[in-house]
Design a protein. Structure first.
Length: 282
């Protein structure tokens, strides 16, 4: 039979069961909307983590009598350190004034500069990890003249834990979405199959192959997933656009999300039809 005829049959099935089709599409939309929101959260948290890791530096604060030249040479010999920049007490105060902006006048009440001199230490990319940072911090603290070391690795560790937690949630939601979509589509297609049981039997008697019988229902399942995933993507983009007016720093990988939703929506829709046939037509 012609492809166009089988496709028309699929649309006839959808038209006859509009309520069931719309309900199914609504459930698919809700499932993919939930998944999309969590994927966006994961993407932005991971972006924030990567941003902080790329910008991470170690600050070594010095005693007043520290030998800057000797310390610079010793620090550069530590594995993983790419560059060392000395920041004097006066420069540190100027930077603090710049950071305070309009409130910089508050510093005028100070009779002395309370800020210590420091080294701003840049790292090789492979050493911007929590365990590597701890190792470098320990080595820096052993150097004579270094009073305190700070790298901000605690924030990186917390972000890593948050990323792992969110990824675990993503996997759980992904499984729930996949199961839910396949289940609702299979149940909807099953209802259509039962409604057309007599027509299917007649087609069998006149020699129609299983493929010809099944094809319209696979097309129907395909559209369940396709329409649901497209609607979910559109709603996600609308919600994201509204949220971004409040938090401009957020980002959304539009193309990747659209392809992900549509691909899995169509695949799960077809999977739901396959499950329906595996339960009914032998």
């Amino acid at each position: 039979m012609a492809f166009s005829y089988l496709t028309r049959e699929a649309f006839k099935n959808i038209n006859r069961n509009k309520a069931s089709f719309l309900l199914s599409v609504g459930v698919v939309t809700a499932c993919f909307l939930l998944l999309s929101i969590f994927l966006i959260i994961t993407y932005n948290v991971y972006q924030a983590k990567s941003y902080l890791e790329n910008r991470i530096e170690i600050y070594a604060f010095l005693d007043d009598d520290a030998n800057v030249d000797n310390l610079t040479e010793s620090i550069l010999q530590i594995n993983g350190i790419r560059e060392v920049q000395y920041v004097s007490k006066a420069q540190a105060l100027l930077e603090l004034r710049a950071d305070l902006g309009e409130n910089a006048d508050l510093l005028d009440i100070l009779h002395t500069n309370p800020l210590p001199a420091s080294f701003r230490i840049k790292l090789e990319p492979n050493y911007k990890l929590a365990n590597k940072l701890t190792e470098i911090e320990q080595k820096l603290q052993l150097l004579k003249g270094v009073k305190e070391v700070w790298s901000g690795k605690d924030l990186i560790v917390k972000l890593q834990k948050i990323v792992r937690l969110i990824i675990s949630l993503d996997i759980g939601i992904l499984l729930i979405v996949f199961i839910s979509v396949i289940f609702i589509v299979s149940r909807t297609v099953e209802a259509t199959i039962f409604a057309k049981a007599r027509e299917i039997e007649i087609m069998r008697l006149v020699g129609a192959t299983k493929s010809v019988i099944k094809f319209p229902f696979y097309i129907e399942g395909f559209f369940h997933g396709l329409f649901g995933s497209i609607l979910a993507t559109i709603i996600t983009v609308i919600i994201f656009s509204l949220v971004r007016t409040i938090t401009p720093a957020l980002s959304l990988p539009y193309n990747a999300l659209t392809l992900f939703n549509i691909f899995w929506g169509m695949l799960l829709g077809i999977g739901g039809s396959y499950l329906a046939f595996s339960r009914i037509l032998k």
